[in-house]
Design a protein around this ligand. Structure first.
Ligand SMILES: Cc1cc2nc3c(=O)[nH]c(=O)nc-3n(C[C@H](O)[C@H](O)[C@H](O)COP(=O)(O)OP(=O)(O)OC[C@H]3O[C@@H](n4cnc5c(N)ncnc54)[C@H](O)[C@@H]3O)c2cc1C
Length: 288
């Protein structure tokens, strides 16, 4: 660690040109709660870090028309306190609350949770469920990527050399939408998910018909997944227990987990079914 070079650019332009010139030799640093852990575990194959902390233009939460923009350097703790997020994206608040401890949440950023590309990431899973778009700036300009197209594999994203994630954009969901986030781990708190599930249901006002359904699951494939088959099945269906059970079955069939030190694949698959059913019932909330 002591031999590492260190840069602290003052503007996005400077950060991007530094990263583009230094290439694979360096890594951007946001809150450091993933990167510093990786560096301490070692070995690492880079020679310096570019600390993003002075890029104030990458911090903050603002409403722009019918969308919300969240700067990539916004801390996870800020999501918990923000009234816009609380009103329009309550499931994001639940996921943020489940991430680490207060000390970790004060350092960790929303952008870091996405760019670390862990299949178990909690906040990133809910951003997938809310169909976020990611704003990226690099040496060749800016581009927008839907979050479902951001991941290439575990720990890998579509970010090219010199590119930084700058902001997350989300359309405000209909106000009658109701969502739920479940994180299943071995402990009640301070735990990385064995399986996490996020759902959002939008009823047709005044009816039992489901106008829109979103389901995302994590820790059960090489990247986080939207369960399109189950979403399509739910859309326009009447909300009943058997409909939610069938959607949960489709979710279970769609995932492809692996055995690892924390859980078996078959347990994870089973839990996708259990948690999806439970989340749909809780999100609907009314009589079934
Ligand atoms: C004790 C502990 C508990 C944790 N618990 C949880 C948990 O419950 N749930 C969970 O999901 N995570 C958890 N984490 C992981 C971590 O806190 C989160 O993933 C966090 O959001 C990472 O954000 P960061 O700002 O610290 O990222 P960093 O560590 O700074 O960066 C992570 C990666 O993203 C890259 N990066 C960061 N920002 C950008 C950017 N704007 N553009 C391009 N690349 C970028 C970095 O180069 C690095 O590769 C935990 C970590 C610790 C240490």
């Amino acid at each position: 660690m002591s031999d590492l070079n260190y840069w602290e650019p003052r503007s996005l332009l400077d950060a991007v040109s530094l990263l583009a010139n230094l290439g694979d030799q360096v890594r951007p640093l946001a809150g450091g709660t993933d990167l510093l852990v990786k560096m301490k575990k070692g070995p690492i194959n880079w020679k310096g870090i570019v600390n993003l902390k002075s890029l104030t233009e990458l911090k903050g939460i603002n409403k722009k028309g019918e969308t919300i923009m969240i700067g990539a350097l916004t801390q996870i703790s800020s999501l918990l306190e923000n009234p816009l997020v609380q009103i329009h994206f309550p499931v994001l608040v639940d996921a943020a609350r489940s991430l680490g401890t207060p000390q970790v949440r004060n350092l960790a950023t929303i952008g870091g949770n996405l760019c670390n590309a862990s299949p178990a990431a909690d906040v990133a899973l809910v951003l997938l469920m809310y169909e976020a778009s990611l704003l990226i700036t690099g040496p060749n300009g800016s581009r927008k990527v839907p979050v479902q197209a951001f991941y290439v594999g575990p720990g890998q994203t579509v970010l090219q050399q010199g590119e930084l994630l700058t902001a997350i954009e989300m359309a405000l969901p209909p106000l009658n939408s109701k969502g739920v986030f479940y994180k299943h781990g071995k402990r009640k708190s301070h735990e990385i998910a064995l399986v996490n599930v996020a759902v959002l249901l939008t009823p047709q006002p005044g009816t039992k018909q489901i106008a829109r359904a979103r389901i995302a699951v994590g820790s059960v494939a090489s990247t986080q997944l939207r369960i399109k088959d189950a979403e399509d099945y739910l859309t326009d269906s009447l909300a009943t227990l058997s409909v939610f059970e069938q959607a949960a079955k489709l979710a279970k069939e769609a995932v492809d987990p692996i055995d690892d030190v924390r859980s078996t694949a078959s347990y994870r698959k089973q839990m996708v079914g259990v948690l999806t059913r439970r989340a749909l019932v809780e999100a609907w909330g009314g009589d079934l």
